[in-house]
Design a protein around this ligand. Structure first.
Ligand code: GDP
Length: 469
């Protein structure tokens, strides 16, 4: 903090006079180039010239305390990720006391009788994990790799392993469905070892626990294994000072407006603070814990829902506390401009990003798609998954995304650009909208499983561009 214009010029490689022009444009009066700039102003100017100015809080002299581990569950489809999360959620003391967690927060905490706690992110799936990472949100400390004992290592098991490895996040293996007669945990272990995972019982450091999400057996062992792993990692966080937090999920509530589930990485987030969240901002009106109870503050690794934002942020967005509404507005506007620029550039790159093909280049078929989903996290997961269908022959162009049910304006937009509408985890549209879509020959695809959605879209692509798959 307290960077001067001179230092900023060094950091960004821009001339002092250019920076002074920008400062003037954003309404910042700086008497001398040796005056310290506010960190928000420095970030904004950095953004204007395309340089990231990072906030670093020195931990010197501040209280640093152990914090719970944040865990993500990954694995092949149908191996039991959702079931395992459900089973673990039910072991949460708080959940039992409150008579169950009623709201979906995107994360929950399991507190052990010993007082230790583990925070689980409630959105299984690799797309969500990589989307968060892509936005710089390193929230996950440990990955639970779920492998069905009767099915063994499958493509998405390997994919999950690569994701964890790329992120440098340790794995704890949960061999699930051990209640099944066809279960063969030993075979799974051999497979994992042969894929290069150094299992503990073979001299490595990756723990393996046999569980059954259905019979709820082995869950205590899994929790113990996670605590042990966390202990080895010696996870600590600064507890006082300004909060540094990330959004893990966001949704729009009719009455309460945009709601974001946040996990604090460091510091303490308090009610009444003014925050910039990704490109949105707001004053925190209420903080709720995972059982919906109002809290005054959120401390590291505690998932909370925050209310009071002006717009819907995205999973992986960072949350920073600023001094004034004016500053928040300014930062939010600056980031919006930058995000839009980045988005347009990315679309352009994707358009041009046609791999070299030796054969004659055929026309690339464009598939315009509109994505509507229940929560922001799914919007991103679906969008990322759809983009994986891109090929030299097909350009999947996601023209519009949104949270909420499919509306008449989606149909209008679809008609205007010849798009098909994908609804993920959303209600059937009312008959008037279905009818309008049919009349305009717009395809509406409703799905609840990404895997099925991709299959369906794959078929549609084959229809549109024969000979691609
Ligand atoms: P996901 O796709 O990885 O989230 O998998 P799900 O949690 O949806 O589970 C897929 C199927 O496996 C469901 O039909 C579950 O009931 C079943 N399942 C999950 N865990 C177990 C288990 O421990 N034992 C048995 N027998 N079935 C399970």
């Amino acid at each position: 903090e307290g960077m001067t214009t001179v230092e900023l010029a060094k950091r960004t490689g821009q001339s002092i006079s250019k920076l002074q022009d920008i400062l003037l444009n954003v309404g910042e009066k700086v008497e001398s180039e040796f005056d310290p700039l506010n960190i928000d102003v420095a970030e904004l100017v950095g953004m204007e010239v395309g340089v990231n100015v990072r906030r670093i809080h020195s931990a010197e002299g501040e209280k640093v305390l152990p914090r719970p581990a944040v865990v993500t569950v990954m694995g092949h489809v149908d191996h039991g990720k959702t079931s395992l999360l459900d089973a673990l959620r039910q072991t949460s003391v708080a959940a039992r006391e409150a008579g169950g967690i009623t709201q979906h927060l995107g994360a929950f905490v399991v507190s052990m009788p010993s007082g230790a706690a583990i925070t689980f992110l409630d959105t299984p799936g690799h797309a969500a994990f990589s989307a968060m990472r892509a936005r710089g949100a390193a929230v996950t400390d440990i990955v639970v790799l779920v492998v069905a004992a009767d099915d063994g290592v499958m493509p998405q098991t390997l994919e999950a392993m690569s994701h964890a490895k790329a992120a440098n996040v340790p794995i704890v293996v949960a061999v699930n469905k051990c209640d099944k007669p066809a279960a063969d945990p030993e075979r799974v272990k051999v497979q994992l070892a042969s894929e290069g995972l150094p299992l503990e019982e073979m001299g490595g450091d990756v723990q393996v626990v046999e569980v059954s999400a259905m019979k709820k057996t082995g869950l205590d062992k899994l929790e113990e294994a996670l605590l042990l792993q966390a202990e080895l990692m010696d996870l600590k966080a600064r507890t006082d000072g300004p909060a540094q937090a990330y959004v893990v999920e966001a949704r729009l509530d009719r009455g309460r407006g945009p709601l974001a589930t946040a996990i604090v990485k460091a510091g303490t987030l308090s009610c009444g603070q003014i925050v910039v969240v990704g490109s949105e901002w707001g004053r925190i009106r209420a903080i709720r814990d995972m059982v919906g109870q109002l809290a005054a503050q959120a401390t590291p690794a505690m998932p909370v829902e925050i209310e009071g934002l002006k717009g819907l942020p995205m999973a992986g967005d960072d949350i920073v506390v600023v001094d004034s509404e004016e500053r928040a507005r300014m930062l939010s506007a600056g980031r919006k401009k930058k995000y839009e620029k980045d988005r347009l550039r990315k679309i352009e790159e994707e358009r041009l990003d046609i791999p070299d093909v030796e054969e004659e280049v055929t026309e690339r078929v464009e598939m315009p798609i509109i994505v509507k989903a229940d929560v922001q996290g799914s919007v991103q997961a679906v969008t990322d998954a759809l983009k994986s269908l891109n090929s030299p022959q097909v350009f999947v162009n996601v023209v519009h995304v949104g949270v909420g049910p499919i509306s008449q304006s989606d149909v209008d937009l679809a008609q205007a650009c010849g798009a098909c509408i994908v609804g993920f985890n959303v209600r059937n549209p009312p008959s008037s909208i279905s009818l309008a879509a049919t009349q305009a020959s717009i395809k509406i695809k409703l799905h609840r499983v990404i895997y099925h959605l991709l299959e369906d879209m794959g078929n549609l692509i084959v229809e549109k561009a024969p000979g691609t798959c």
